[in-house]
Design a protein around this ligand. Sequence first.
Ligand code: XIL
Length: 391
Amino acid sequence: MVDIDARQRLKLLAGAASAALWGCSGGGGGSDMGPVTPSPTPPTPTGFQPSDGLLRNTFRNNFTVGAAVQTSQVSNNSAISDIVTSQFNTIVSEFEMQPNIIAPTEGMFDFSAGDELVQYAEDNGLEIHGHSLLWHEITPDYFFEGTRDEIKARLQNYVTTVVSHFRGKISVWYALNEVVDSTGVGTTLPYRNSNWYQAAGGPEYIDWVLEAARAADPDAKLYINEYTTELPNKRARLIQVVEDLVARDIPLDGVGHQCHLILQDTAQSVLDAIDAVDGLFAGLSNRITELDVSVYSDPGSCWENGTNCDADYGSNIPESVLDSQAQLLRELFNGLILKSSLDSVTFWGVSDRDSWLNTSPVTRSNYPLLYDRNLNVKTGFRAITDRNFVI
Ligand code: XIL
């Protein structure tokens, strides 16, 4: 508790320092900044502090900036690796620390891909986060077999083995992925009516994961990770779940907001989600864990059964669409830098070429990230790293 308070105070101070810098003219480096004359009224923050144009430096006083990567993408000094090591200071495994990769069959643990990524992070001075310990998707069937006690023991053993293996190396676990209901109906509210809920006969599996993870590595930060926290109803259910965990003293350090956004989303809705967690006054941190901005705004049916999806832009993405994306990102980061409880922002990938949104919900060219298919920076990148850049 003392640590969190101290850290948050430091961040507030850092925020005040950034606000002071906003009063200086010009961007693109600190060399043209003369002595700062104290001003009687603090300047209104209108953009980002001067930086060298690198993502991680732009936000160095505010939060870490990360990218989800796959082991094969960053091995062998690839072009993606050059971007990752220069622009970001954290990485997260896009899928290689999930149960289907680590424990595809019962009793067998394969950490090779995860270990490679941990080594890569260590070699390049990057912090690495783990994603995830429990999800209702991509979990081998055997996890759900047997009695409730057997299921509990198996899950606890899995979490203990994985977190112990990465102890001291993975500083943050997005432990629970998507356990909150998204439908608004049913008897399991506010929890998702998932395979895990059914197998445990209730939400107790959430406690099992968090308690086992805390015991295996008391220093690792544990997060509950959720999508569409920008939507008020979903957010309210998430807050209900979090509040209950806090009230019962179940180990939890913070909330991950996935932030798979669409162009119609507003920055304010994301900021509201952070405020809702802060409003619990429980000393929890916030993280943006899977940020991307899709250029499509499909109806639910597209995600459910692939119908009525927006038409594919193919390779002809209009500039105006990328400008709207950049505008949303700028507004979002302008707000995020003022949130003292926000520890980290991670993009769900580096380049449009590799995004999961090219195949989900349907196969189609999407443009959700900061780098284009040729690994050039997009308008969105410039919008958030250069406050003088005109969109
Ligand atoms: C996507 C990934 O990009 C894939 O590599 C993965 O195997 C499954 O889908 N919410 C999540 C991520 O928590 O794990 C999803 O990742 C995107 C939605």
